[in-house]
Design a binder for this molecule. Structure first.
Ligand SMILES: [Zn+2]
Length: 368
């Protein structure tokens, strides 16, 4: 049994308690369980993360895309979701037609890729999106920001040729490491999930495709010097994957980043490119999320930093405290000026103001 001090310590780092205490988010039964309301402070943190994420992705060779929250049933019929995943999807009818609230972004990114014929010269193509998706979870499974019904994935899909696979995975691992470091996460466990070689019939894709993809993942991990645990038989039916578990300040592991090959969707949606031989070839498709879902990552940040987010992520970066009523209008002016600035500028400006104020005081003192 936990004693009082232990309980208090657990509450001090529980993201649900911290989220309420810091006025970041709430979950309201009238709106619906598992559906998060982001308050101004929480939204500010999300915006900072998103701006950083988008800028880094553009520098990293990604193109940002934006896709709808609902779609006709058609893409989900082709993807197989309506056959195998329907009980986890929100569906509705309009004008006698079935619509789906998206449970994932993949079919939309595929449609953007397929908007015109693709040549090997254009590849790799990397599409990234902060995509909010909805999945039905049993109410008993819901837990704060860790298990929700509306979630935002920092999603991306990479379309490339088989020759580009290994290089792309290596780039991705570099990119993941760089982004996680910026959030001060340096320790993680890496898992490589491969197929059960004794039951190849359980999996989509040819033997050649699987062995090439598994080799590309293992080789890239080795080149990066990342130790990984191989998990034979743990791959999903459509492709092998790498999962990263981030270790937080209390030593707990959080599943966040995932890099996943897919031999299923390219075939279902007929995703191809024209090679140097003038013939059509299957495009290699990689799903990846670095932070995982923003909700889970947010919970991790709150618990890791015990609510004291680093300055660049903090929703309140500067406070102006007038020492008396007659300084109120001056304080408001400073507030207005600082609101127009980026964080870096803000800090320089604040320190300049302080120097000016201190300078004045010194000057006055010397007059007396
Ligand atoms: Zn995907």
């Amino acid at each position: 049994m936990e004693n009082k001090a232990q309980t208090k310590e657990h509450l001090d780092i529980d993201h649900r308690v911290l989220g309420q205490r810091l006025d970041m988010f709430s979950i309201n039964e009238d709106v619906g369980v598992g559906l998060v309301l982001w308050h101004p402070r929480g939204t500010t943190v999300r915006r900072i993360i998103r701006n950083f994420w988008e800028e880094e992705h553009i520098k990293g060779g990604y193109e940002l895309v934006c896709t709808p929250h609902i779609a006709r049933g058609e893409p989900w019929k082709i993807s197989g979701h309506l056959d195998y995943y329907r009980e986890n999807m929100y569906t509705f009818e309009k004008d006698g037609e079935l619509y789906v609230v998206k449970p994932m972004n993949c079919p939309f990114h595929i449609q953007i890729y397929k908007a015109k014929p693709r040549s090997y010269k254009e590849l790799p193509i990397r599409y990234a999106e902060w995509g909010t998706v909805y999945r039905y979870e049993h109410s008993g499974a819901l837990h704060g920001l860790l298990r929700v019904r509306g979630l935002t994935q920092d999603d991306a899909h990479i379309f490339c040729t088989p020759e580009q696979m290994e290089d792309e995975i290596l780039k991705l691992l570099d990119f993941t490491e760089r982004i996680l470091k910026c959030f001060s996460f340096h320790k993680y466990e890496v898992f490589l999930s491969t197929r059960d070689e004794s039951q190849p019939e359980r999996y989509m894709g040819s033997d050649e495709e699987w062995s090439q993809a598994q080799k590309a993942l293992a080789k890239a991990l080795k080149k990066k010097g990342l130790k990984c645990k191989e998990m034979p038989g743990e791959a999903v039916f459509y492709g092998p994957k790498i999962d990263l578990y981030i270790e937080d300040a209390s030593g707990r592991k959080w599943q966040c980043s995932t890099i996943q090959f897919d031999f299923n969707l390219p075939k279902r949606f007929n995703v191809t490119y024209v090679g140097p031989d003038g013939k059509e070839h299957w495009t290699i498709m990689i799903h990846r999320a670095l932070l995982g879902t923003i909700e889970r990552f947010f919970a991790l940040l709150l618990e890791h930093f015990k609510g004291n987010l680093p300055l660049w992520l903090s929703p309140v970066q500067v406070q102006i405290l007038p020492v008396g009523g007659r300084y109120l209008s001056y304080a408001k002016k400073i507030h207005e000026n600082l609101s127009q600035m980026e964080l870096g500028q803000k800090l320089t400006k604040v320190s300049q103001q302080l120097i000016i104020r201190l300078g004045k005081l010194k000057f006055r003192k010397s007059l007396i």
